[in-house]
Ligand binder design. Sequence first.
Ligand SMILES: Cc1cc2nc3c(=O)[nH]c(=O)nc-3n(C[C@H](O)[C@H](O)[C@H](O)COP(=O)(O)OP(=O)(O)OC[C@H]3O[C@@H](n4cnc5c(N)ncnc54)[C@H](O)[C@@H]3O)c2cc1C
Length: 306
Amino acid sequence: MPPADTSSIQLIRDFYARRLQGDRPVISFEFFTPKTDEGDKKLMEVTLPELLQLAPDYVSVTYGAGGSTRAKTLTLVEAIQRRYGLTAMAHLTCVGHMEDDIAEILSEAKTLGIRNILALRGDPPAGQTEFVKPKGGFEYSYQLIEFIRRHGDFCIGTAGFPEGHMACREGKLADWGYLKQKIDMGAEFVLTQLFFDNSEFFEFRDHVVQRLGVTVPICPGVLPILSAKQVVRFTKLCGARIPAPVRARLELLTDDEEGATEFGIEHATKQCEELVREGVPGLHLYCLNKVRSARAILKNLGLAGR
Ligand SMILES: Cc1cc2nc3c(=O)[nH]c(=O)nc-3n(C[C@H](O)[C@H](O)[C@H](O)COP(=O)(O)OP(=O)(O)OC[C@H]3O[C@@H](n4cnc5c(N)ncnc54)[C@H](O)[C@@H]3O)c2cc1C
């Protein structure tokens, strides 16, 4: 395959650098890879064109547990960039991969014109509760970051956890210390795990900036709640806390998806308003391949379109 034309594709660090010079917050949406061809078609032909009207700076595409979506993640990122000229970032995880696999994936990504990678350890595959270091692979994402830095000219992002990573037995301060190590290894920006209480984000940001000397952009990840049951499931998986007032509202909306979505828009709008006021570099919306909440939130913020 000939190399893709990447002339309109930018490095994500440059978006955040422009924000520092007074541009609007960097807006990004995260997609998961659909499981069916129909889902792919809907994402490419319906969801993306609608989201593009909101003028996101970039989108990112997840990497399924166990490397199951390897081909799909790269294909989707390439298709988004080629068809819409929109910068898209591929997530990449350590799960199930030897170093040679990673080298191959990076070479494939380069050929496809992919310039931005979110380097992660990855969620354990279905049926496993703990991450198992693959033979000949990596135990921690800082090793993947270091490997990517040596093997290609990519802009690399990393994950940050405002409440601390749930597997970090030494507590959140230790986990935040490991974030510094990931940055020292070459990560150029941080996207955070979802959280519902902004004070968690501010404490995390203040610690890593003021105490640890982190200077790369730290961009909050915000989940617009779509259903009460779904958010309980997600937070169990990622360890984020649901504050009591949010939990109380959700309990009233257990079987009311419409009501939960409206509440999700209201809560995420309030979160984002304060985050922007406090000078975050951008907003990374976990839009779950849906348009409605992202559009409503950005309209409420006056950030829908340029
Ligand atoms: C924005 C975002 C996007 C994501 N996208 C995906 C995706 O596409 N696919 C997917 O499978 N998962 C995804 N995840 C989830 C993520 O892969 C998991 O939360 C994973 O368990 C942690 O990933 P990490 O890269 O932070 O791992 P690491 O940085 O390797 O950390 C894993 C654990 O090891 C600890 N640790 C780190 N370094 C050290 C060290 N040197 N010594 C001892 N302990 C250490 C950390 O405290 C943590 O508990 C995403 C998360 C976020 C925030």
